[in-house]
Design a protein around this ligand. Structure first.
Ligand SMILES: Cc1cc2nc3c(=O)[nH]c(=O)nc-3n(C[C@H](O)[C@H](O)[C@H](O)COP(=O)(O)OP(=O)(O)OC[C@H]3O[C@@H](n4cnc5c(N)ncnc54)[C@H](O)[C@@H]3O)c2cc1C
Length: 432
């Protein structure tokens, strides 16, 4: 018997994992799904801010890809980074822990997302902390706890003020979420640091537009701003960061915000793999046909943040790089790949947004769903319920639900974990 032919998906994010799940149930005999991704897990990026604020554990914003796939249907997962594509022989090269591997495909789906862009503002790469990966979220959380521990021991009032000031750049979803979470986290942690005053811990949110959350209706942007300001966050609109240094953030030639920690939630750049593929690009994203096939190709597809997809349900506007659109594109790609395999016509992409949600801190949020506008606890509960519904396996859902419920009533964890190993214990000194 011949081996089944591979439908290879590169990228285990929202787009790649949804596509794998949809496809494995409807592939005709003789085909199987092979999902290749750099990490063994998929990350629920919209919850990264809550890892920063320690309202969820890092394990709760990731899900193991192997548990999401159905091996009984022949689906396979390979952990590794795709580094090259040979279109003539229909194969990709993957760098894995066991060395390079070549994987053949009948159809190839590109769903490898984007990277954070740390070149947007001078000094950003050197002095700001990006928030794109779970590792970033944990690093920021540890840095925040380090800062508070430092303030406790510092005598110089100027240094204390700078160390206690946290600046978040970007007033979109992640900026608003991080600023809100951070403030709640700092206030919650204060009682364990008796020599730090509440007034010494400040969070400033910089947004270069005239409003927060431009993706949501203006009233919800205003509700989010009110919620942040009510908790003491300094929300600065029309404030564009022009340079970042170890001392803080310059806002043009005349204004300077002194801060010890700068968190960056703005800007993306194309995945480096894009440049190596020699495919048609537009604004750094892979150009697609209405049915999600890569332009000028028959067996390549692109979905999610790495793809430039036009939305037939919104006057052919470019679909936004959001989780909701990545999932909608994955569902259509599954239909269309099956259609091609059984010689049926494909359909164009069209999706009407089902709504948007954002948290503005612990137990607070704003949402617009099915025409309804919500803010405060109901929006936050809706947000959590949605992400819980997307977690794989009933056991995992239940465990996370129990721990989230626990987290609603008890203080956030302020453990600052250092990964010191036995052989490093003696030589390691605490970094300044
Ligand atoms: C902090 C943050 C907050 C966000 N908040 C929201 C929100 O509130 N609402 C919303 O709708 N959207 C939000 N987004 C955007 C949303 O997360 C993305 O739109 C979504 O993740 C896109 O899915 P994707 O599958 O295209 O890409 P990704 O989720 O980025 O997945 C790409 C995958 O490809 C893998 N990969 C990359 N290169 C390779 C390679 N060469 N070989 C193998 N694998 C590779 C990566 O490791 C990754 O697993 C947020 C994003 C961030 C960073």
């Amino acid at each position: 018997m011949h081996d089944p032919q591979n439908i290879v998906i590169i990228g285990g994010g929202f787009a790649g994992t949804t596509l794998a799940n949809q496809l494995e149930r409807r592939l005709p005999p003789g085909y199987r799904v092979v999902l290749i991704s750099e990490e063994s897990y998929t990350t629920f990026n919209p919850m990264l801010a809550e890892v920063v604020g320690a309202s969820v554990f890092p394990e709760h914003v990731v899900a193991p890809i192997r548990q999401m796939l159905d091996a009984s249907r022949g689906s396979q997962f390979m952990m590794g980074r795709v580094t090259a594509l040979d279109r003539e022989h229909r194969q990709v090269t993957v760098q894995t822990l066991a060395g390079p591997r070549v994987v053949a495909y009948a159809h190839l789906v590109l769903a490898f997302g984007t990277r954070a862009n740390m070149e947007l503002v001078p000094g950003l790469a050197q002095h700001a902390l990006p928030l794109k990966l779970v590792g970033d979220a944990l690093f920021i959380r540890n840095r925040v706890l380090q800062r508070v521990a430092c303030i406790e021991l510092e005598r110089d009032a100027g240094v204390r003020a700078r160390l206690g000031h946290f600046v978040v750049i970007g007033g979109g979803f992640s900026g608003v979420e991080v600023a809100g979470e951070l403030m709640d986290f700092l206030h919650g942690a204060l009682r364990f640091y008796p020599r730090v005053q509440r007034s010494e811990l400040r969070v400033t949110l910089l947004q270069d537009l005239g409003r927060l959350l431009p993706e949501l209706p203006e009233s919800l942007g205003r509700a989010a701003a009110r919620s942040l300001v009510a908790r003491g966050i300094d929300v600065r609109l029309m404030a564009r960061a022009t340079e970042i240094s170890a001392q803080g953030v310059a806002l043009g030639p005349k204004q300077f915000v002194a801060a010890g920690t700068v968190i960056c939630t703005i800007g993306t750049r194309p995945n480096p793999l894009v440049e190596r593929l020699a495919l048609p690009l537009q604004r750094g994203r892979i150009q697609t046909e209405p049915d999600l096939r890569v332009s000028d190709t028959q067996d390549l597809w692109a979905i999610g943040d790495c793809a430039l997809v036009r939305n037939a349900a919104a006057d052919n506007a470019v679909a936004p790089p959001t989780a909701q659109f990545a999932v909608a594109q994955a569902k259509l790609a599954a239909d269309n790949i099956r259609a091609v395999l059984i010689a049926r016509p494909t359909r164009p992409f069209g999706h009407i947004s089902k709504g948007m949600m954002a948290t503005t801190g612990h137990l607070k949020g704003v949402a617009q769903v099915a025409g309804l506008r919500l803010s405060g606890l109901p929006a936050w509960l809706l947000w959590r319920a949605y992400y819980l519904s997307r977690m794989p396996t009933l056991g995992r859902k239940f465990r996370i639900w129990v721990e989230w419920t626990w987290g609603m009533f008890f203080a956030a964890d302020i453990t600052h974990l250092r990964f010191t190993r036995t052989h490093e214990a003696d030589r390691e000194a605490i970094a300044p």
